[in-house]
Design a binder for this molecule. Sequence first.
Ligand code: SF4
Length: 352
Amino acid sequence: MRETADPDALLSWYDRHARQMPWRVGPKARADGVRPDPYRVWLSEVMLQQTTVAAVKSYFLAFTERWPRVTDLAAAEDAEVMAAWAGLGYYARARNLLKCARAVAEEHGGVFPDTHAGLMALPGIGPYTASAVAAIAFDRPETVVDGNVERVMARLHDEHMPLPQSKKILTEHAEALTPTDRPGDYAQAVMDLGATICTPRNPACGLCPWRPACAAWAAGTQAELPKKAPKKRKPIRQGTAYLVRRVDGAWLLETRPETGLLGGMLGWPGTDWVDTSEPAPAEAPPIRAEWKTLPEEARHTFTHFHLRLTLKTALVPMDRAPERGAFVAAEEFRPADLPTLMRKAFDLARPR
Ligand code: SF4
């Protein structure tokens, strides 16, 4: 008969194999009484949403070096934080990050609430982040369910209902296993198991502490799980970006509106983006100029659509005033401050 998955078996595995991450207090240090800094746990969790550990590490280190405490981040200029976030994507996260840091600084004396409910009351913190911070930073027995955990639960229970319909069932399975002893380590242990052993392809079942309890392993179905509902094809949108250089080398940039895609980020002025099944958007040049259309488009994929951006460039004299945006001097312009789409456009348009 198959065993029941034992949280202790997973915790012993974690004690030996925990991944080292810049925001993590490992199991040994934790057992020695080191407590994680809730600011670092929260920052890492926000950064990790929709982004890989490998992509997040350098951003996390840069942020914590520049803003070591939540009160430092709360006091930062919006534009500085948006620029430091450039390239990580999902820019609403950066705007919410600032709102949350300011709420913690101003309303909680710089101290994060230590319960799920208290964390949920902060701006920009949803149920997932509240559970993760409550569990990892404060050792609350909260259940943390990310894609890794869903995969592990689907396999452990040989659950064939496809995601996303199976989310509720998988969460219930995860809740049933969450222990009251060491819940912070446990939350990280399940995620590590999913990331390193119970991987999407070729899970290393021979090394898995939960193999004796795994229904998919017993049935030989682990490679097919979790099942996923077929994805809808993403629509394609089109638009134009205007990359204007002044003869002294300055670039014409504008800060995008706070709401909407890439909200609050620096970018090239441009038209609306419309579906390719609709008429092309009206031209919206930010300055009077002779435009050259580049042979290549900037292409980028967002969560819900692909974008094809026509690039128009122009060189303008010193006395030409823009109708939108502002010139940024060549020595102050840092392509790294731009979101990925805008950087792709720059790479195609920059003088060689
Ligand atoms: S035995 Fe294999 S499929 Fe089952 S939980 Fe472990 S790694 Fe995943």
